[in-house]
Design a binder for this molecule. Structure first.
Ligand code: PEP
Length: 256
């Protein structure tokens, strides 16, 4: 399965530095055997989508509202993201769940809205450190998945899932390779029981302190379908190095 390397810029980037980063990236990832995506702040979406038109780098948003339009000051709908040039949207990121109190039901409604607007969602799930210490990670992540993904997507789900342990985001810490492999297998099993056959084809990204030095090992693990990258996505050389690691994993798999 072709991997997806997605960059979440969060609340970082202005026109000049965003355009410069994308300019470097465009050349550095051309021709790679993986999908590459950047999710800049909404203020840069249209400009960067225009700059990247015809390149291998796709563009996505970081959140969307559940409704198409209306009296929701400060919010942005999935249709508006699409109109600005986005093809993807990150939903249910732990920072949205924490900062804005987003529940699984809300993430599910946003996922529906995104798909209806023609966007591919990246639905994020992941346990806190306390939940892992308590041994509750499988139950927490399984519950988030079932709550966040509409079951009628059994007919087909165009998006991906990102496993992002909350305690690994922006901390420089990652789970062991065995723990990542175990959780991705658990997510696959949950996707298949929730969505049937459609659950087999959904890419499962790993996210949380992915950087050039650990990308090759993480991306080579079974059922890791790519990476969701925060901090390292703001440095063109680092993000490109992660995409190159994915390309090398694909080449090694092809060679058998
Ligand atoms: C993220 O916020 O989605 C993320 C994975 O961040 P970082 O790579 O900085 O840990």
């Amino acid at each position: 399965m072709r991997q997806l390397i997605a960059g979440n810029w969060k609340m970082n980037g202005r026109l000049a530095d965003g355009a410069a980063l994308v300019g470097k990236l465009q050349q550095a990832v051309s021709g790679l055997e993986c999908d590459v995506l950047i999710c800049p702040p909404a203020t840069l979406l249209h400009t960067l989508a225009a700059q990247l038109a015809g390149s291998a780098v796709q563009v996505g948003g970081q959140d969307c509202h559940t409704k198409v339009s209306g009296a929701h000051t400060g919010d942005i709908s999935a249709a508006m993201l699409r109109d600005a040039g986005a093809a993807w949207v990150i939903l249910g990121h732990s920072e949205r769940r924490t900062d804005h109190g987003e529940s699984d039901a809300m993430v599910q409604a946003k996922t529906r809205a995104a798909v209806a607007a023609g966007l591919s969602p990246i639905v994020c799930v992941g346990e806190t450190e306390a939940e892992r210490v308590a041994g509750a990670q499988d139950a927490v992540v399984g519950g988030q998945l079932i709550g966040s993904l509409p079951q009628d997507f059994a007919q087909g789900y165009a998006g991906v899932v990102a496993y992002e342990p909350v305690w690994a985001i922006g901390t420089g810490r990652t789970p062991s390779e065995a723990d990542v492999a175990q959780m991705h297998a658990h997510i696959r099993k949950t996707l298949v029981s929730h969505l049937g056959e459609a659950g087999r084809g959904v890419r499962i990204l790993y996210g949380g302190s992915v950087k050039p030095s650990n990308a090759a090992a993480l991306l080579a693990l079974p059922d890791v379908g790519g990476a969701l990258v925060g901090g390292a996505a703001l440095v063109a050389d680092d993000f490109a190095a992660i995409a190159h690691a994915s390309h090398a994993v694909a080449a090694a798999a092809r060679a058998g």
